[in-house]
Design a protein around this ligand. Structure first.
Ligand SMILES: [Zn+2]
Length: 330
């Protein structure tokens, strides 16, 4: 039996990375852009490894050129998420791709994205909040400009700031200035770490950027002392098992550390990262996890309650989400 209708809370979703391939193909066609190298014979996204994935991601994203494109993208993504039972999603937004880090241009993109999110909430019942991410392999100077965009638009909808991109480039502390700006603007903080970087990268993100959540963090499994520290501090991990398996970090669902993390009391949550790139969806993640670890509805309720409590939203929104989880549990 599929877990499609179980209500789900997703904290780690890259907006461009969630773009359905057919949507990107349609945009490219209308704009006479040749991005044929982005797709495989079946029309899905094609890449060989993580570095290539980033190149394909950026090539696909190049078709998104206006606030209107992002309006349509946001609607398409949220409709798909809602069809998989997602009731709340936090999506990573990149001023790098939305207006080239110009604050005025970014405001227009953000307005379009938020307008689409409001429409999706009315039509599909899904709630969205935005997290601006700087992109690690674009370097600390661009991250400062990105942080300025985030700080200028921080509020009840744009609620977080994060670090994404290639973890093998630079160190978290290179981005401390950008994170300080975001923190001072009242934004809540997360960073990708412990995916391509080892356990130390998780420690660096926690200590040098003072984030409250870690994107991925799965390589903490290599260091029992860190696992213990994460459990004690209640650090929330945005785990994306299907993404990790698709990119070859773990061989199988059963060998993925999320099962052990949950058993040890870590605050784990489940997300898709860039679902069409990894041929996944929130439904597939839940189905595979149920198969691999024997997880039942009670476990998924625990994961979703953890996610709601860690969500970068206001308390009224949080309370409403908790009520929706409780109702479905009854
Ligand atoms: Zn990610």
């Amino acid at each position: 039996m599929s877990l499609k209708n179980v209500p789900k809370v997703e904290l780690h979703l890259h907006l461009e990375g969630a773009a359905p391939p057919a949507f990107i193909r349609g945009l490219a066609k209308r704009k006479n852009m040749d991005i044929s190298g982005v797709f495989d014979a079946d029309g899905g996204y094609a890449f060989t490894d993580f570095r290539h994935f980033l190149q394909v991601y950026e090539a696909a994203t190049a078709t998104l050129q206006t606030p209107e494109d992002y309006h349509r993208l946001t609607l398409a993504v949220l409709e798909e998420s809602a069809a998989n039972g997602v009731i709340y999603t936090e999506s990573f937004l990149s001023p790098d791709f939305c207006g080239g880090r110009d604050v005025g241009a970014w405001r227009e993109y953000l307005h379009a994205i938020r307008d689409a999110a409001d429409q999706a909430e009315r039509e599909f019942g899904i709630v969205m909040r935005g997290i601006v991410t700087c992109i690690r392999h674009f370097g600390p100077e661009k991250a400062r400009q990105t942080a300025l965009c985030a700080a200028e638009t921080a509020g009840d909808w744009l609620t977080g700031f994060g670090l994404a991109g290639d973890e093998r480039v630079g160190k978290p502390k290179d981005f401390a200035y950008a994170f300080d700006m975001a923190r001072e603007a009242g934004l809540r903080l997360t960073a990708h770490a412990g995916e391509w970087g080892g356990a130390q990268s998780v420690r660096d993100a926690l200590h040098d950027l003072r984030v409250e959540r870690i994107g991925h963090g799965v390589r903490a499994a290599e260091d029992p002392a860190l696992v213990e520290e994460l459990a004690e501090t209640g650090t929330v991990l945005e785990v994306c098992p299907g993404s990790n398996i698709a990119l070859g970090l773990f061989r199988s669902w059963r060998s993925h550390p999320i099962g052990g993390f949950f058993d040890k009391g870590l605050k784990v949550t489940v997300s898709t990262d860039d679902p069409p790139f990894f041929h996944t969806s929130m439904t597939r993640e839940y189905d595979r996890l149920a198969d691999a670890f024997g997880w039942d509805d009670a476990v998924f309720t625990t994961l979703n309650t953890t996610a709601v409590n860690a969500a970068f939203c206001d308390d009224d929104t949080r309370a409403a989400l908790l009520r929706r989880l409780e109702k479905s549990d009854a």
